[in-house]
Unconditional design. Structure first.
Length: 337
């Protein structure tokens, strides 16, 4: 069921055209990520839904009701920012309880809700501590609890994990997803981190310069980019003009297109492959080797065109800089753009 609709949204800051006729529909219960580089408009779109920014033109609907010009406090939307914005003079319990007190809930109901939220974000026994006594990750969990305790219709997360170290970040990603599922919330997450988007999302909306370039689930966005921008932003692609690739691989020239090839679908061998019609074939010398944990990234010089190849880290398959090798890739895994 379509739950949130952005209809022809435009947003200007003076002469700066930040959002350009943005249209977007989000299903109830979805975990959606707005992904893109800084300045692409993703946070602005989120803030427009929250009512913290007014759209220049267009309409926003939430649960069948137009909220375009509705007061933020009447939208029942919860938002978590990159800055935790906790009250330094309130302990964990009272920070989380603040929104419920503003709603004038009775004391017993507040106590029950706060304790449930504290348990959900794993902050038991931290209730009496103040923000200054907490780690960055604990402060972020307080901010999350303070938001979900009011049971908003939509949970908005504006790069909430960007200031947290990598290990803790992964833990909080999992925790946010678990809470999203447990509470059956509709969540919109903003990030510039492609790995974070791929890990957490049901649907990713990839943005560039105020426009949504592609909307897809993580697998489709990774394997079937619709243009060069999507191919270059998600993961790694070798992007080679067909004019060059046709000469390198002895293939028929396909006009003004690029061929895009993921590094991990390229096979590498010291022995020349027996050719068939299901693969493309190249050859060249190893120019660089970059170990990446369980993956080794080789960069090869194929007649002055650089090609990245990712292989599993196995001693039996190690190649040396300067070594001449052969490559093949299944045509079905290569994309023409």
């Amino acid at each position: 069921m379509t739950y949130i609709v952005f209809q022809d949204i435009e947003k200007y800051y003076g002469d700066n055209h930040v959002l350009k006729k943005t249209n977007l529909s989000i299903e109830k219960g979805e975990f959606v990520t707005l992904l893109g580089s800084s300045g692409c408009g993703k946070s602005t779109l989120l803030r427009c839904l929250a009512g913290l920014e007014q759209v220049t033109r267009g309409k926003i609907f939430l649960d069948g009701i137009e909220v375009t010009h509705m007061n933020p406090r009447d939208r029942n939307v919860g938002m978590i920012f990159q800055q935790y914005s906790l009250f330094p003079n309130l302990n964990v319990y009272n920070n989380i309880a603040f929104g419920l007190k503003m709603k004038k809930m009775d004391k017993d109901s507040i106590d029950q809700s706060v304790k449930e939220a504290i348990k959900m974000v794993d902050l038991t026994k931290k209730e009496k501590q103040y923000p200054s006594q907490l780690s960055g990750g604990e402060q972020q969990r307080v901010a999350l609890a303070r938001c979900i305790v009011t049971r908003p219709k939509v949970l908005l997360l504006d790069e909430p994990l960007s200031a947290i170290d990598a290990k803790l970040r992964k833990s909080l990603q999992s925790q946010i997803k678990e809470i999203h599922k447990e509470l059956e919330m509709t969540s919109i997450f903003v990030t510039h981190d492609q790995n974070e988007a791929m890990t957490m999302s049901d649907t990713i909306h990839l943005m560039k310069d105020g426009v949504i370039e592609q909307s897809a689930n993580p697998f489709e966005l990774y394997s079937k980019p619709i243009n060069n921008f999507a191919a270059s932003f998600i993961g790694n692609y070798n992007i080679i003009p067909w004019k060059i690739f046709s000469k390198l691989s002895n293939q028929e020239y396909m006009g003004d297109k690029n061929i895009v090839i993921r590094p991990e679908i390229i096979e590498i061998s010291r022995v020349e492959y027996i050719r068939d019609n299901n693969h493309y074939y190249l050859s060249g010398s190893i120019k660089d080797i970059l170990p990446q944990g369980n993956i080794i990234r080789y960069t090869a010089d194929v007649n002055k065109t650089l090609l990245d190849i990712d292989v599993l880290n196995a001693e039996a398959k190690l190649y040396e800089v300067g070594e001449y090798v052969y490559f093949r890739m299944k045509k079905g895994f290569c994309i023409n753009l």
